[in-house]
Design a protein around this ligand. Structure first.
Ligand SMILES: [Zn+2]
Length: 61
């Protein structure tokens, strides 16, 4: 289940919680995350569920 993709219907509606912008699915060393290029943040995906919390987001280098 670790590589499970986000449900398409869910992927359609999710937005960056900070700027409400589009998120990009990006594969990193630790798995897939959703990145907001505007905020330079990467949101983790936990068992197929996007964790859209700014506090838990990873700053992009
Ligand atoms: Zn954003």
């Amino acid at each position: 289940m670790t590589d499970r993709l986000i449900e398409p219907w869910l992927r359609e509606i999710i937005r960056c919680p900070r700027c409400k912008g589009d998120l990009t699915d990006t594969t990193t060393e630790s798995g897939v995350e959703l990145q907001c290029q505007a905020c330079r943040l990467g949101y983790p995906i936990d068992s197929g569920i996007p964790v859209l919390l700014v506090d838990l987001a990873r700053p992009l280098g």
